[in-house]
Ligand binder design. Structure first.
Ligand code: FES
Length: 90
């Protein structure tokens, strides 16, 4: 595979960036996520998560089933406090 192969299309993270993150000490998908932003795009890792998981397993000598998938977080956006019952213009 080429080092410029895009693994995470949403964040345009390459295979080389992920391998560098693992070489830098990432031993989990979340570790790679924090270092590269892979799995943080629009699809939230639905497309790239398993690829990153298998790369972590291969590079660290772990069984792929033992590498936990990335933690999912609910999408969040700011809302006015009035949404929760306070004054509308706050
Ligand atoms: S392809 Fe990685 S977050 Fe969508």
């Amino acid at each position: 595979m080429g080092e410029e192969l895009i693994i995470c299309r949403c964040q345009e993270v390459t295979e080389k960036e992920i391998l560098d993150a693992i070489a830098d000490g990432a031993t989990t998908v979340d570790g790679v996520k924090r270092r590269t932003r892979a799995c943080m795009g629009l699809c939230q890792g639905k497309t790239c998560g398993r690829l990153v998981q298998s790369m972590v397993a291969r590079q660290t000598g772990q069984n792929p089933a033992d590498v936990p998938p990335q933690k999912s977080r609910m999408p969040a956006r700011p809302v006015k406090i009035g949404t929760f019952g306070g004054p509308e213009d706050v």
